[in-house]
Design a protein around this ligand. Structure first.
Ligand code: GDP
Length: 316
């Protein structure tokens, strides 16, 4: 990135995406990162508005993430959940006491008419996060999972049924009429943006909903900065979650190559794991191989550096 190209945009889902977003946040000047998050996983539960991917990013970037569980907040307590279960209430979606405060406060402000983007901007500032964190849209977009046994709400599929049903198609209800958050179009049109990174998130349920919001795909195509995607598949397998299983069910070859092809109309460079170097085959874009497994903080920072350095050598 040259010195005038000071901004980096990342498209992210939850856990996989947030790992690289944290690496980027730690190696870049603190206010140069903007993360655009998927809100297709958002849902209403106990009358509360829950935004799992935005919250994962808020907790991860502020160092409040629960590393033992791999989701939710550090040092969480579960009094609410135990009390709900004792009442015979629904306990399939676990809400920690601290996490609950995020949902209560978000819901209160949404009901008062504030857009989600301004609420999240306040939350991230109060958490001391210097990066910008943007929901893809302020309008509701809801991922619906079509399965062999009929349609499912996303969290029913993902959490209650632990991704067991066979996925036949995905739909992003509300996407056709949703508008991108205004800040999303502003940042993608900012000439100072040097790189757009598609994080190693699930392409079908974390990145596709973002791309389904009218205007975002075009803004990415028109953006002068190179768009770089990092593979969420390592050695032919997902690190976590249903990405590989979903690829097989959707009739795609399971592997890093199929993810690259999925993004082929958008990306200028693909970053795959060195484990896949021999099996990737010919792809329609340049590919760089590096270690992409992020176990430690150093791994997250190193992959972020590799992404920035690789993108610096690519032109649109
Ligand atoms: P979710 O919204 O919480 O499911 O999270 P994402 O969609 O952002 O991330 C899920 C994807 O992250 C899965 O496909 C994982 O394979 C991938 N992933 C998780 N950890 C890593 C990692 O350390 N390296 C890479 N390359 N991918 C990862």
């Amino acid at each position: 990135m040259s010195s005038e190209l000071t901004k980096v945009v990342a498209l992210s889902g939850g856990i996989g995406g947030a790992k690289l977003a944290l690496g980027l946040y730690r190696i870049l000047p603190s206010d140069s990162l903007t993360v655009i998050a998927n809100t297709g996983d958002d849902f209403e539960h106990f009358g509360l508005s829950i935004s799992p991917d935005l919250d994962t990013l808020l907790y991860t970037l502020s160092g409040k993430d629960n590393q033992e569980l791999g989701w939710g907040r550090r040092g969480e307590t579960w009094t609410f959940m135990a009390a709900i279960a004792a009442l015979g209430g629904e306990s399939w979606f676990r809400l920690g006491d601290g996490d609950l405060a995020t949902h209560v406060e978000r819901t209160r402000r949404l009901r008062a008419g504030e857009p989600l983007s301004s609420i999240i901007d306040d939350f991230r500032r109060n958490f001391g996060i210097a990066a910008s964190l943007l929901p893809m849209s302020n309008d509701p977009v809801r991922t619906k999972v079509q399965t062999a046994d009929g349609p499912l709400e996303f969290q029913d599929y993902f959490v209650r049924q632990r991704c067991a049903p066979v996925v036949t198609a995905l739909r992003f209800a509300g996407a056709e009429t949703a508008l991108p958050s205004p800040e999303v179009l502003t940042i993608l049109g900012d000439p100072r943006v040097g790189i757009v990174v598609i994080c190693p998130s699930n392409p079908f349920i974390s990145i596709d909903p973002i791309l389904a919001v009218p205007g975002i795909r075009t803004a990415l195509r028109d953006c002068p900065a190179p768009v770089v995607a990092v593979s969420p598949i390592i050695g032919g397998k997902a690190v976590k979650g249903p990405t590989a299983k979903m690829m097989a069910e959707l009739g795609l070859p399971v592997g890093a190559a199929a993810v690259a092809r999925h993004y082929s109309d958008l990306i200028d460079l693909y970053i795959a794991d060195e484990e896949d170097a021999c099996s990737l085959g010919e792809l329609p874009m340049p590919v760089i191989f590096t270690r992409t497994l992020m176990q430690s903080i150093e791994d997250r920072e190193q992959l972020a550096r590799d992404v920035i350095n690789a993108a610096a050598r690519v032109r649109r």
